[in-house]
Design a protein around this ligand. Structure first.
Ligand code: CO
Length: 301
C-alpha cells in the first residue's frame, strides 16, 4: 500500500547519501589568511533566485530573520541563476552572482564572509558556490576568511525537521485523513538527488499519505501519481518543497497546461489543491538555515 517494497532499498540509499555528504562536509569549510584590519563578518545569502514578484516575500522573510539574528552584520544577496539575473536586469534590477558579490565585499574591505546557501540540497549549485566563494579566501590581499554553510537538507535530523514543519505549518488545516499531501521537490542530475528519495521515505514513515515527487529527478511525478492512484486518493494538496513558490510552483505544479501536476492528477480523477507558498515563508524553515549560518559565523571568529 505504501512504499514498503522499496523501504529497505531507500533506507540504504538514505544512509549512503548521508555518508557521502558527511564525508564532504565534515566541518564547515573555511579558508583563510593572517588577520588584518577588520570590518565585522558580512553575510552573503545565496539562492537560485526568482523573477516571480509574489515569490519575493519568501526572500524578504529570510532577510528579516537573518538581520535579526546577526544585527551587526552586513547582509547581501546573490543569485546563482544567470537566466534569472539577466531577466531581472531587463527590468532594471541588478542582482549579483556569488562571485560578483564576493568581489564587491572584498573590494569594500570585508575580511570575513559567511556564505549561506539557501538551496534545499547540496547539489551542483551549492558545490559551485562552495568552491568559488572559498577562492576569495585564498587571494592575496583578499578576504581573510570565508565560511560556507550548508543548505537545508543535510542529515536525517534536518529532513525530519523540515517535514515536520511542512506537515504542521504548511499543510492546510482543512486537510482530512485520506487526502494526500504531495511535496514537489526540484530534483537534479547531481548525485544529491538521492536526498529526495530519502525524504520520500521519511515522509511516508511520518504520514502514509504524504509523498515527495520531483520536477527533474527522482522520485518522478509519474511514480507518485501511480501511487496516488493505487492508494485510491481522491484529493491531494500540492506543496512546493522549494525556497520560493516561483516558476516551478506556478507552472509545473499548479499550471493549466496539460502536463502540470494539477492537470495530470485531474485526468486521473484526483482533485488537487495547490498551496502557493515557498518554504522560506515559514519561520521554522528559515531558522534551520540560520542554525547553519551560526555554525559558519562561529568558524569566522
Ligand atoms: Co528549475
Amino acid at each position: 500500500m505504501r512504499y514498503i517494497p522499496r523501504r529497505t532499498q531507500l533506507a540504504m540509499l538514505a544512509i549512503l547519501t548521508m555518508l557521502a555528504i558527511g564525508l564532504q562536509t565534515e566541518t564547515i569549510w573555511a579558508s583563510g589568511h593572517a588577520a588584518k584590519e577588520e570590518k565585522g563578518p558580512a553575510i552573503l545569502l545565496v539562492t537560485f533566485g526568482t523573477s516571480v514578484e509574489s515569490a519575493q516575500k519568501a526572500f524578504a522573510n529570510i532577510e528579516k530573520r537573518v538581520k535579526a539574528a546577526f544585527p551587526k552584520s552586513e547582509v547581501r544577496w546573490a543569485y546563482t541563476s544567470k537566466i534569472i539575473r539577466k531577466k531581472l536586469e531587463k527590468e532594471g534590477k541588478q542582482l549579483d552572482s556569488p562571485e560578483m558579490a564576493m568581489a564587491k565585499l572584498m573590494d569594500e574591505g570585508y575580511t570575513k564572509v559567511a556564505v549561506q546557501s539557501l538551496h534545499m540540497i547540496p547539489g551542483a549549485e551549492f558545490h559551485e558556490v562552495n568552491v568559488n566563494t572559498r577562492l576569495f579566501g585564498q587571494m592575496s590581499g583578499g578576504v581573510d576568511k570565508v565560511a560556507v554553510s550548508l543548505p537545508l537538507l543535510i542529515s536525517d535530523e534536518t529532513m525530519e525537521k523540515a517535514l515536520k514543519e511542512v506537515a504542521t505549518k504548511v499543510v492546510p488545516k482543512e486537510r482530512k485523513a485520506g487526502e494526500a499531501v504531495v511535496l514537489m521537490g526540484h530534483g537534479t542530475h547531481h548525485p544529491s538527488d538521492a536526498i529526495y528519495s530519502a525524504l520520500m521515505y521519511k515522509a511516508q514513515k511520518m504520514d502514509a499519505n504524504m509523498y515527495v515527487g520531483t520536477v527533474e529527478g527522482s522520485p518522478s511525478f509519474d511514480e507518485i501519481k501511480d501511487m496516488l492512484i493505487k492508494n485510491k486518493i481522491k484529493k491531494a494538496y500540492l506543496i512546493p518543497f522549494m525556497t520560493v513558490a516561483g516558476d516551478h510552483a506556478m507552472n509545473d505544479m499548479a499550471g493549466d497546461e496539460p502536463d502540470s501536476w494539477k492537470s495530470q492528477l485531474a485526468k486521473a480523477g484526483i482533485e488537487s489543491v495547490p498551496v502557493m507558498k515557498g518554504l522560506a515563508e515559514f519561520d521554522g524553515i528559515v531558522d534551520m538555515w540560520i542554525e547553519q549560518l551560526k555554525v559558519a559565523m562561529a568558524h569566522l571568529k
